[in-house]
Design a protein around this ligand. Structure first.
Ligand SMILES: *Cc1c(COP(=O)(O)O)cnc(C)c1O
Length: 368
């Protein structure tokens, strides 16, 4: 019997990649950063490749190295490699690197000299997010790139949308125009990247013009919506959620009306009831900010959270007639339970944060 577990449906991951691949002529890059959005790095990467992904994308170099250590030979891009990263090891392991600044470019060139390997790089430009990529320093970078063009393989040219989940936003049109302009500047210098890429999940689903040569598929691959309020459920595109989160009832007990529940006594029962103590807490990623609109499902019935979430446990109101017993498994979200989006709403956050924050002490179980 497990205290708590994440069930990951790898068939859903493969299915989701296959479904997106059928909608686009672009290659699909499966984004598996942050332990594959909490779903498990290596099993998800393999399931994505089975579904037709021909590229993997991660933030950190460490994540890329874990994929190589698992004997995955698919091309990998790592795009968050601060100065001081082990670029030599990246090159030795055949990791493609993003270049968002002159500083990082110079470090990669230096590592390339040492390793005697031509780095495969993707130039990142900032098109309005004021986060990653060249912005004011773009024009001064171009001659530097030209000077070193024979020392590198110019594999990619890319950017990232700030507002792809709001498809009607003019900012998206401006971002794409800025991207095309900067690409044309590169091409005017005789530099031709092999792959142009811009789209995350939201842009892949809503903006054909943004699909280019590679789409970087994250949240939609996990069967979750980039933004439920603006785009709706991803089931409309035939995508299926992959994650179910379950935990065991540690205790079930009768509690009289008037009792205060949890730290701070923030909830007071106005009825006699049965409470269930769920063996999972904020140390496992159940946000302390989750309000009482969130519900678990036990024996087919919903039971709402009551009182504050503790580090290792939270309490649900099972209702006086509940047949639930200590030791029963409850579904927090996923198959036959609430949705990840309901838990996100109850915690004042987004589905991305809910799945990525599930702690490492919760085992991942894989369904094929
Ligand atoms: C995380 C990330 C993605 C995936 O975004 P989703 O909204 O999850 O599809 C794509 N590109 C980059 C650069 C990212 O960091």
């Amino acid at each position: 019997m497990m205290r708590a577990l994440v069930e990951v449906d790898l068939g859903a991951i493969s299915h989701n990649v296959r479904t997106i691949a059928a909608r686009t002529s672009a290659k699909v890059l499966a984004v598996v950063k942050a332990d594959a959005y909490g779903h498990g790095l290596v099993p998800v990467a393999k399931a994505a490749i089975d579904g037709g992904a021909s590229y993997l994308g991660v933030a950190l170099l460490e994540e890329a190295l874990l994929l190589r250590a698992a004997n995955i030979s698919t091309p990998i891009i790592a795009w968050l490699t601060p100065p001081g990263s082990d670029f030599k090891e990246a090159l030795l392991q055949g990791i493609e690197l993003s270049v968002p600044s002159r500083e990082i470019f110079q470090e990669i060139l230096a590592a390339a000299q040492v390793a005697s390997i031509k780095p495969r790089i993707h130039i990142e430009v900032d098109t309005g997010m004021s986060r990653g990529g060249f912005l004011e320093d773009w024009n001064s970078f171009l001659p530097e790139l030209l000077e070193h063009q024979n020392e590198i393989e110019l594999v990619g040219f890319w950017s990232h949308f700030a507002r792809a989940d709001e498809p009607g936003e003019a900012a998206n049109v401006r971002a794409l125009a800025d991207f095309e302009l900067k690409l044309a500047q590169l091409q005017d210098l005789g530099l031709q990247p092999s792959y142009i890429h811009f789209a995350n999940s939201a842009a892949t689903l809503t903006n054909v013009d943004a699909q280019k040569d590679i789409v970087r598929l994250g949240i939609a691959m996990y069967g979750l919506s980039p933004d439920i309020s603006t785009l709706g459920e991803v089931s409309q595109w035939g995508l299926q959620p992959a994650m179910t989160l379950k935990a065991t009832l540690h205790l079930v007990k009768d509690v009289p009306a008037g009792s205060a529940v949890g730290y701070g006594g923030t909830a007071v029962l106005d009825h006699d009831t049965k409470l269930g103590v769920v063996a999972m807490g904020y140390a496992d990623g159940i946000s302390r900010r989750t309000d009482s609109s969130a519900a678990v499902t036990v024996k087919g019935e919903r039971a709402n959270i009551i009182g504050r979430v503790s580090m290792d446990q939270f309490v649900v109101d099972l209702g006086i007639t509940s047949g639930a017993k200590a030791g029963d498994m409850v579904t927090i979200f996923g198959h036959e339970g609430s949705s990840v989006d309901e838990w996100a709403q109850a915690a004042g956050t987004i589905n991305y944060e809910i799945v990525t924050r599930i702690g490492s002490r919760v085992p991942r179980i894989y369904l094929h």
